[in-house]
Design a protein around this ligand. Structure first.
Ligand code: SF4
Length: 345
């Protein structure tokens, strides 16, 4: 499809109009503050929107402004982040809140250039906040927008480069009435109508402008990204409990699930024998097997094996009151480990 200003203006107008009637009810849309939008963008990266909606209200209630997060303990942010995964984002969010206070007077900055200075903010997030929260005429491209613009132009059956997609998003935003409505509408269209496997073309506001629809190539465009095979790991978690206390470890900030807590766990790229697990924790005697489960992340698949030790460990363990577990953040996989002893909330 040749990009021309009048066609782009028609597409933009149709999406803006459609979005005003079709937008899903999401809590950050109702509140509509720059800080609330920034929180939602951090929380929504690679996470299902339904899960973000469940967590966002608690986050904004606890941290109603950048200053409240900047002055809080990182542990408090991590606690509310539990279940969202990608915990590095929570640390970046905390750092971004501190930058907003130290460099921008406590107000979320408005331009892409300023937003890009914040920790954890890339080109997409900066564009989303600048356009949606401040109605600046700047483009955004995420996976949903990429799919929609490729299909509208029937481009990308062999892949397109990022520059092409950003150019198309720029053409559209230059022709729209409201960058905020257009950009959020484009993302919403990709998420709820122009879905990857079963696009609902019959309900699409830009069907008459869509070259992929005309050529019946919706499912070939854009070309799906080649998926890498997942790395497999084996984690052996051992519950040491005594007199209302449980042994826990704190994960370092730089690794997977950084800053979260866990029961003592060994991570291995090969299967370990029970004897190897006992000897790692310096336990004399057999461990009690409680169960196993698979935990899948985007880049790896982890087999968890959960044990309880009826014996003391010769290791120096850190002990915590079982009653205080709700004050510590755990990743979902470790909550599942705790659930074997009914210790997870
Ligand atoms: S007509 Fe179909 S393929 Fe084209 S943009 Fe709409 S939903 Fe996507």
């Amino acid at each position: 499809m040749p990009s021309n200003a009048s066609n782009d203006a028609n597409i933009a107008a149709a999406i803006e109009k459609w979005f005003q009637g079709a937008a899903r009810e999401l809590p950050w849309r109702a509140e509509d503050s720059p800080w609330g939008r920034l929180l939602s963008e951090f929380m929504a990266q690679q996470t299902q929107i339904e899960r973000v909606a469940e967590k966002w209200t608690a986050m904004v209630d606890r941290f109603p402004a950048p200053i409240s997060m900047a002055e809080a303990d990182l542990n408090d942010v991590m606690l509310l982040w539990q279940g969202l995964g990608y915990y590095r984002r929570a640390r970046y969010l905390k750092e971004a809140s501190e930058q907003i206070c130290s460099e921008f007077g406590g107000e979320v900055p408005q331009t892409v250039e300023e937003l890009l200075r914040l920790k954890g903010v890339g080109k997409y997030t900066a564009g989303a906040i600048a356009s949606i929260a401040f109605n600046n005429r700047v483009p955004i491209v995420d996976g949903n927008v990429h799919r929609v613009v490729c299909r509208l132009a029937n481009e990308g059956s062999k892949g397109v480069n990022d520059a092409w997609t950003w150019d198309r998003a720029t053409n559209l935003v230059e022709q729209c009435s409201s960058p905020s409505l257009l950009n959020e509408g484009l993302m919403e269209l990709g998420a709820t109508v122009c879905m990857s496997k079963n696009p609902k073309c019959h309900a699409c506001p830009v069907q008459s402008n869509c070259e992929a629809f005309k050529n019946e190539t919706q499912l070939d465009v854009p070309k799906p990204k080649a998926t890498k095979s997942k790395q497999v790991e084996f984690h052996y978690a051992v519950l040491f409990c005594k007199q209302g206390k449980i042994a826990l470890e704190h994960r370092s900030q730089t690794e997977l699930w950084g800053g979260m807590w866990q029961v003592p766990t060994i991570e291995s790229i090969r299967k370990l024998t029970q004897k190897e697990v006992s000897s790692h924790f310096k336990v004399q005697g057999k461990l009690l097997k409680l169960g196993s489960f698979k935990h899948t992340l985007t880049h790896k698949s982890i087999e968890f094996h959960v044990f309880e030790s009826p014996h003391e460990s010769a290791e120096q363990l850190k002990w915590f009151d079982v009653d205080s577990l709700s004050e510590l953040p755990f990743a979902n996989a470790q909550k599942k480990v705790l659930s074997y002893k009914e210790l997870a909330d």
